[in-house]
Write a protein that binds this ligand. Structure first.
Ligand SMILES: Cc1ncc(COP(=O)(O)O)c(C=O)c1O
Length: 396
């Protein structure tokens, strides 16, 4: 059978890089005492009960039908309010599209902004699905390396050097997965100037905007003159522990929101109304219960970050990249003499700790492993103990 050129664009999203992750799950399913830190979520933590209750109530109330293509007016208004709280940028509900997670938003937006012959500039290390979403509409991803020694913060001059007449979009992710980098205001201002000068879009993936420890999150869309050319992506997955519910959004100018809504009439056809009701209950949070749950989750993540950094400091052969934000810690393992894949594979085999290899995220992350802060403090300390023992055994 023959498949279209479009079909060919979806494969090859760093499949090899996920191998250790898959092997960790297999071991866990077989009952081995594995600590899986390769995922982007904590499997044992569930969605706050008040959100689950709102979904059940909506199901009981008959919210089973088709819904508006990119979200109910009430949910769009709540997302506009959340966007204002996170970014300081005031937007109208008709600038917001509710989609099936930030991943669906990434795909929808990039297909609408960059087609065949166009280029999307992406700092790397990047989130592992970016190559696929950049290619989806036929565009080429042009990567810009970030130095581990500069805490993986992108240098705007490198972005400037990557701009060509074919450039259409700069795709940013601050706070960053995998690196935990957060771009300072001056860096974002320099990138904003480039976008304005060369008439480029900025797609800003801000799904980790709540997970900020040592810095301030600056939203590029809120900078002067950027509202019209910036698309900001957000999600319920991380901050509300709702990854499996598939609710996220994009905020852009109303024209692009209209285009994405037209697209949704061919693809998504609206996310389920009972899920929209649950997301609305989470954002409105009438009793304050959800906000206090969220605050304690974020405090716990900060404590996890501190613990992991404390326990992995001063291990010969490892160089810790202290994350200012996000849900992950990057560790440079090159000092052990092993490449990241071998290190991660042996760590899993010999000590039952599953981590991601840097290879998944682009060449700047080669030689690094990524640990998710996605287990209890106790388990993370145990994982660090195993990592220390394994690394010291290599030196011996
Ligand atoms: C940087 C980044 N963007 C987007 C996503 C997708 O998020 P969602 O669950 O909202 O689709 C993730 C998920 O891990 C992510 O890390």
């Amino acid at each position: 059978m023959r498949y279209s050129d479009n079909a060919k664009r979806f494969g090859g999203m760093g499949d090899d890089a996920w191998e250790i992750h898959r092997r960790a799950w297999v071991k866990e399913a077989a009952g081995e005492p594995v600590i899986v830190l390769s995922a982007g979520e904590e499997r044992s933590a569930t969605t706050p009960p008040a959100i689950v209750a709102a979904a059940k109530q909506a199901l009981d109330a008959g919210r089973h039908h088709y819904s508006p293509l990119t979200g109910s007016d009430a949910l769009k208004a709540a997302v506009a309010a959340r966007h204002l709280a996170l970014t300081g940028q005031r937007v109208t509900p008709d600038s917001c599209c509710i989609l099936a997670g930030a991943q669906n938003a990434l795909y929808s937006v990039l297909v609408c902004l960059a087609g065949v012959g166009d280029e999307v500039i992406v700092p790397e290390p990047y989130y592992a699905t970016y190559p696929g979403v950049c290619r989806a509409g036929g565009a080429t991803m042009v990567t810009v390396p970030c130095d581990p020694e500069a805490d993986f913060v992108v240098d705007p001059e490198r972005i400037a050097a990557a701009i060509t007449p074919n450039s259409r979009v700069i795709l940013l992710n601050s706070p960053n997965n995998p690196t935990g980098a957060i771009y300072p205001k001056a860096v974002l201002e320099a990138i904003a100037d480039l976008a304005k000068k060369h008439d480029l879009w900025v797609v800003s993936d801000e799904v980790y905007a709540d997970f900020v420890y040592d810095a301030t999150h600056v939203a590029i869309g809120a900078l002067p003159g950027m509202a019209d050319r910036t698309v900001t992506l957000g999600s319920m997955s991380k901050a509300y522990r709702m990854s499996g519910w598939r609710v996220g959004w994009m905020v852009a100018n109303p024209t692009l929101a209209g285009i994405i809504t037209d697209m949704a009439s061919c693809t998504l056809y609206g996310i389920p109304p009972f899920i929209q009701d649950a997301a609305l209950a989470a954002l409105i949070d009438e009793t304050g219960e959800i906000e206090s749950d969220r605050a304690s989750m974020l405090a716990d993540y900060r404590a996890r970050r501190d613990l992991v950094c404390e326990h992995l400091a001063n291990i010969p052969g490892l160089t810790l990249r202290y994350p200012a934000a996000g849900m992950f810690v990057m560790v440079d393992v090159r000092g052990t003499g092993l490449d990241d894949f071998t290190y991660a594979a042996r760590l899993l085999d010999e000590e039952n700790v599953g981590v991601m290899t840097g290879t998944a995220f682009g060449p700047s992350a080669i030689g690094h492993i990524r640990l998710g802060l996605v287990a209890s403090q106790e388990k993370l300390v145990e994982a660090c103990t195993r990592i220390r023992r394994f690394t010291l055994s290599l030196a011996a």
